[in-house]
Design a protein around this ligand. Structure first.
Ligand code: 3Y8
Ligand code: NAP
Length: 249
């Protein structure tokens, strides 16, 4: 009987959890525990780190996990590297469920940068009104460019104000809408949007909104991930599990 560990935290991970529940395939979805009220899931959930590669390998063995599915966000690079290493250590089949990066289309005014630090450096210059749609974890880095007015969007209210002297904070979780993000950008007079190339449908509203308003976007490329088997649709993971089952895994 398959016993899946699904590393979640994305729209695709939640979609896969629904498919696995419907098929009655034994699954545990795992969250890091970054948000106060993560989305309820149709399968059992565990919350918190595993304690590095060794901790995850022990978890896989102790819980007789038969398949490890990494459906974490493309920027969760450490988790994804640990998943590949721990699956190899524990001899457990591993697959990643991800989504293609966004590509610019006609009307987009993107400037691409390789990482967060390069995005901070790119903001040197006169005062602007910037939508920093990166969440909470990396806001501190932008204090190096404190001259700007920042529009921040967090999943949860922070326990202390962000270290940016001029900021507006929205507490909201995605998926977001094109019209909602257009209204938000207009209300705050945004003239630049900073985004991570997350891909997927849960956060692309801000790109469609920026295009509609003719606003420039500073797009942060994804971190490099280790070589691994990757699929883009939850149904492909189900087929992989069924195929592995046929091979008696
Ligand atoms: C804790 C689980 C689902 C998953 C939904 C997706 C879509 C909505 C859009 C903007 C961009 C951002 C952020 C974002 C989106 C989905 C997805 C996605 C971006 C939850 C969730 C957890 C997290 C963690 C959180 C980060 C933050 C990033 C906000 C749940 C809601 C900016 C990524 O406060 C914090 O510490 C938040 C941290 C990592 C990035 C950051 O650096 O702050 N996601 N997001 C997961 C865990 O504990 O394991 O609470 O339900 C999940 C989702 N967030 O099931 O429907 O699939 O990507 N998440 C980015 O893309 O840049 C918001 O504002 O436009
Ligand atoms: P990360 O930097 O790659 O991981 C840091 C550590 O957090 C990992 O080594 C692991 O701790 C723990 N961890 C991460 N994801 C976990 C999970 N699903 N279950 C259990 N432990 C987990 O990860 P991150 O960028 O902070 O992302 C954390 C979570 O938020 C992931 O579930 C991801 O899908 C979700 N998320 C992230 C983003 C983003 O922009 N980064 C966006 C949307 C959703 P140990 O080493 O102790 O095992």
């Amino acid at each position: 009987m398959p016993n899946i560990l699904l590393l979640g935290g994305t729209t695709e991970g939640s979609a896969l959890a629904r498919l696995l529940a419907v098929r009655g395939i034994g699954t545990t979805l795992s969250y890091a525990g970054l948000t106060a009220h993560p989305r309820a899931q149709p399968v059992p959930v565990r919350v918190g780190g595993f304690g590095g590669v060794a901790g995850l390998a022990d978890y896989l063995r102790d819980n007789r996990v038969t398949h490890l599915v990494d459906a974490t966000h493309p920027f969760a690079a450490q988790m994804s590297a640990h998943a590949v290493a721990a699956a190899r250590l524990a001899g457990v089949p591993h697959i990643a469920l991800t989504r293609p990066p966004w590509q610019p289309v006609a009307g987009d005014r993107w400037t691409r940068v390789p990482d967060i630090d390069a995005a901070v450096a790119a903001l040197a210059g006169p005062v602007r009104r910037i939508m920093l749609a990166l969440g909470r974890m990396h806001v501190g880095a932008f204090a190096a460019q404190a001259q700007h007015h920042y529009l921040l969007r967090f999943v949860d209210a922070p326990d202390r104000p962000p270290a940016l002297p001029r900021h507006s904070l929205i507490v909201d979780r995605g998926p977001f809408t094109r019209d909602g993000d257009i209204a938000l950008m207009q209300a705050h007079g945004v003239d630049l949007v900073v985004a991570k190339n997350a891909g997927g449908s849960g956060a692309d509203a801000k790109l469609v909104a920026a295009r509609a308003l003719g606003l420039p976007v500073l797009m942060i490329d994804r971190p490099i991930l280790p070589e691994r088997m990757e699929v883009m649709r939850p149904e492909e993971v189900i087929a992989w599990i069924d195929h592995a089952a046929d091979r008696g895994v």
